[in-house]
Design a protein. Structure first.
Length: 132
């Protein structure tokens, strides 16, 4: 969880804090798979991706059913990160169960990048739903 510390957001008090407005917006690097969304009967809204400058990429958003307020099945939200050569570098997932779902579900996914120092930067993020 994030911690508000002296006007700055940080994930751990041991990390250097930085102002929230200094995050690097990566939303334009997200690729969606509309066919997957249509097949599973969901859509993504309110998506925001950013690099916090401390070795993490966050993708926040909401999962909505295409129609109504219930999911017809449980859904796994998958985030994949790729380098400039198209290699899958990191994956993160979140789960939304049909039994407890109503209206929409907010999610936050994290990709760790601090271990990639000196390597190809993340070139593309892919966000898609998957049946559970």
């Amino acid at each position: 969880d994030s911690v508000f510390f002296s006007g700055y957001w940080t994930n751990r008090l041991s990390e250097p804090a930085r102002p929230r407005d200094m995050n690097i917006d990566l939303t334009n690097k997200i690729e969606f798979l509309p066919v997957f969304e249509e097949q599973i009967g969901v859509r993504f809204e309110a998506i925001y991706a950013y690099d916090d400058g401390c070795g993490h990429i966050y993708v926040n958003g909401e999962l909505h059913p295409s129609h109504g307020v219930h999911l017809s099945q449980s859904v796994e939200v998958v985030l994949c990160a790729y380098d400039s050569k198209g290699r899958l570098i990191e994956k993160s997932t979140a789960w939304c169960t049909a039994e407890s779902f109503f209206g929409f579900e907010a999610f936050s996914l994290i990709i760790l990048t601090h271990s990639r120092d000196g390597l190809d930067p993340i070139a593309k993020l892919r966000l898609f739903p998957k049946s559970m």
